[in-house]
Write a protein that binds this ligand. Structure first.
Ligand SMILES: [Zn+2]
Length: 223
């Protein structure tokens, strides 16, 4: 099964896609998905109701959240957690790791070397605390930064993911992860064994990034 494990809905400030649009696209293509909003409960269980829609349509939806890491009041980057029961407040990396662990959730590192974005720069020091890392993010500013991730992951016991990091509907599926998993247990098992395949479909364009700016300024409506 193919999964897009990092994308955003309108419940993230800079994204335009309605949760129901995400579920519709994934249903059509037979993809599993994780909506990794910064305020994930809004899209998942709240007004966005993605959990309910996914269940109705039979789409494999993994609860996810992109979390800001803070240290001494400064942003240190972003990490993603899958299978959270309740949202994690942005705080220090050590506290986030504890929270994620106590919830039995899994940690991923989004765009680990993408320095023009909020990459978690201490990832190379802490990689053993992560279940997986992105080695293809379709929104990477420079593709050699994806290559750097790939080289880092090689030979290490960490699963590799391909993701779209979509902020608008047209980007969904630009990057995908193939896994032999149709249930949460299978997903966890396959990830643990690093049995993932990264699928590169397309790259986000300047137009896609521009839409993000429009979303931020609330110039265009969600779709
Ligand atoms: Zn993101």
């Amino acid at each position: 099964m193919l999964f897009d494990l990092h994308l955003h809905s309108r419940y993230s400030l800079d994204a335009l896609t309605k949760p129901e649009t995400i579920i519709r696209i994934c249903k059509k293509n037979g993809w599993g998905v994780s909506i990794t909003d910064h305020c994930s409960m809004d899209s998942y269980e709240g007004a966005g109701g993605a959990a309910k829609t996914a269940k109705k349509k039979g789409v494999f939806l993994i609860p996810g959240e992109e979390i800001l890491v803070f240290e001494d009041g400064k942003i240190k980057g972003e990490v993603i957690a899958y299978f959270l029961n309740s949202p994690i407040e942005s705080k220090s990396f050590a506290e986030i790791v504890d929270d994620v662990k106590s919830q039995g959730a899994l940690l991923s590192c989004p765009h680990p070397f993408d320095w023009p974005r909020r990459n978690f720069k201490e990832f190379p020091k802490h990689w053993k605390k992560f279940a997986c890392m992105e080695t293809f993010n379709a929104r990477a500013y420079y593709n050699h930064l994806n290559k750097k991730s790939e080289e880092f992951a090689e030979g290490k016991k960490i699963a590799q993911l391909g993701v779209s990091d979509a902020h608008i509907p047209e980007e969904i599926g630009n990057g995908l992860t193939e896994m032999n998993a149709g249930t949460e247990n299978e997903f966890r098992k396959e990830l643990k064994k690093q049995r993932t395949k990264v699928i590169v479909n397309d790259f986000a364009t300047v137009w896609h990034h521009f839409q993000t700016q429009l979303a931020r300024r609330k110039i265009v409506s969600p779709r």
